[in-house]
Design a protein around this ligand. Structure first.
Ligand code: FAD
Length: 491
């Protein structure tokens, strides 16, 4: 029986473990932390439970697939429900907009709130769908870096449709062309942040993202986001995957350009294939110090990071829902601060996620668990303590101003996560949320491939490699890796 060793139990590591076990491998996972999930973690304290990382769950079919290939009943492990409301938007001029999942309802409400006709919104979604249909099988579902991908029919179709893809223009320019109301443009610009990029730089092709929300829907997992990691971990255990928590892989052992295993606690552990779910920059710098790193790929600008306040709030705010956005008045400046100045503006866009709106046991009675996040640059040694203190002041003022309640006095519990702690807890270089940014039209081609070009039997999965960050793409990377391994290592 062939053996596979996975470094890290992030969502992609778990998905890869499940798939390889189903392919007949003996699978072991080594994880530094005491629990599985990587960026997907939770904290429970003082009667509050918070999901610490991802809060938006899309494309559950990627999870479903893992149960199907394992011949297990998904509902025995994991339940989720579709949301009718995607997000509540708040603007400084008191405009409020509830984004409904239903396309027609969204368009109708948008026409009542913004300077736009409903048909223009519907047309936007149609174009978004076209982009998605043209590119998924090319960019997302395959290893982009194998020659056969370039020669496939899908590639040709995608290239043929290139003007539809709007690769040569920015997302902001696409949105400005379609809409005239700056508030609506801002709403559609925001999708750039789904992969940690700037709408003023990320290519127009990213306008396919709204299609994912409107067509496939947004969901909430029963028990909160952490139940995604928990259920995949349970599935992997039931299949016979062996986990080693609190065990740090120190090096990947390579001999004659072939991977032989890993070094843990100075002990060599042999394996036929090794898959790193560790951030790709950290994998090269820490685990492969003697290998020449692919400089051009690793020098790509990193995606944004986050500053998150987990607040226990002594009040129920009926204006808020599961997902809420309080927009900055100057979006352009916000992104210039993040990607050029590497600082945080005084008026950042604030995202508030409240899982207790769905799961009342996540907060004491009459209270709510607020996950309050702003996008910030990666950790390059900034004075984070000062940034945190200033941002806390700006954020509480902005929320209080818009909601008309003094939020500061309602905070009875607080925890904070910043780029430094994201980096130290998950080994994500600079604490970036999604690996490299997509602030570049070649970004899709410049992500690291899912395999090593120079070391046989070494593979990579997770948000820092192809096809990208975020739960659905991480799950896809696990699928691509397991298919590559299947093809390279016929049992
Ligand atoms: P990671 O989660 O990065 O985990 C890697 C694991 O490897 C870690 O557990 C680490 O401890 C372990 N490891 C690293 N090095 C070693 C070693 N040497 N030895 C042993 N173990 C090691 N995505 C969404 O889809 N929706 C969202 O709403 C969303 N919001 C986000 C908000 C925040 C605050 C954050 C942080 C992320 C968010 N994301 C979101 C992104 C998403 O969380 C990530 O893309 C995804 O979870 C990354 O998974 P991964 O498989 O790459 O591994």
């Amino acid at each position: 029986k062939k053996s596979a060793l996975i470094i890290g139990s992030g969502i992609a590591g778990l998905a890869t473990a499940v798939r390889l076990k189903n392919q007949g491998f003996d699978v072991q996972v080594f994880e530094i932390n005491k629990t599985p999930g990587g960026k997907l973690t939770e904290i429970s304290e003082n009667g509050y439970r918070f999901d610490c990382g991802p809060s938006l769950f899309t494309m559950p079919q990627m999870i479903e697939e893992l149960f199907t290939v394992s011949k297990k009943q998904r509902s025995d492990y994991f339940e989720y429900e579709r949301k009718e409301i995607i997000c509540n938007y708040f603007y400084e001029d008191n405009t409020r907009f509830t984004a409904f999942a239903d396309k027609e309802k969204f368009a109708e409400k948008a026409a009542m709130t913004f300077d736009v006709d409903a048909i223009d919104i519907i047309n936007y979604f149609e174009k978004s769908k076209k982009k998605y249909d043209l590119t998924t099988s090319l960019f997302l579902e395959k290893s982009l870096h194998k020659l056969s991908t370039y020669l496939s029919i899908d590639t040709l179709k995608a290239i043929a449709g290139i003007s539809t893809l709007e690769i040569n223009t920015s997302l902001h320019k696409v949105n400005t062309k379609r809409f005239k109301d700056p508030k609506l443009i801002q709403l559609f610009d925001r999708f750039a942040t789904y992969n940690g990029s700037s709408p003023y730089r990320t290519p127009g092709i990213m306008s396919m993202i709204p299609h994912l929300e409107q067509h496939y829907g947004t969901f909430f997992p029963k028990g909160g986001m952490y139940s995604i990691a928990r259920s995949l971990y349970r599935l992997a255990l039931d299949l016979g995957v062996r986990f080693h928590f609190g065990e740090k892989v120190e090096q990947i052992i390579v001999k004659n350009n072939n991977v032989e295993g890993v070094l843990v606690n100075d002990k060599e552990i042999k394996a036929d294939v090794v898959i790193s779910n560790m951030d790709i920059v950290s994998t090269y710098s820490k685990l492969l110090p003697n290998q020449k790193p692919p400089g051009k790929i690793l020098k790509q600008q990193r995606s944004s990071s986050a500053l998150i306040f987990y607040w226990g709030i002594r009040r129920i705010c009926s204006e808020l829902d599961l997902h809420n956005i309080f927009f900055s008045n100057d979006y352009k400046k916000e992104f210039e601060f993040i990607f050029d100045k590497k600082q945080v503006t005084d008026d950042p866009t604030i995202y508030i996620n409240i899982s207790s709106k769905n799961e009342c046991q996540d907060a004491p009675q009459g209270c709510e668990n607020w996950f309050v996040m702003i996008n910030v640059p990666g950790n390059e040694g900034q004075d984070w303590d000062n940034i945190i203190a200033k941002s806390r002041e700006n954020i509480t003022k902005k929320i209080s101003r818009i909601l008309g309640v003094d939020i500061k006095n309602l905070i009875e519990f607080e925890e904070i996560l910043d780029p430094r702690t994201i980096e130290s807890k998950t080994q994500s270089y600079q604490g970036s949320l999604y690996g490299s940014s997509s602030n570049n039209k070649y970004a899709a081609f410049l992500r690291h491939p899912n395999f090593s070009r120079s070391i046989r039997n070494l593979y990579f999965c997770g948000g820092s490699v192809h096809p990208g960050g975020g739960i659905p793409l991480c799950l896809l990377s696990g699928k691509i890796v397991s298919e590559l391994i299947q093809n390279d290592n016929r049992l």
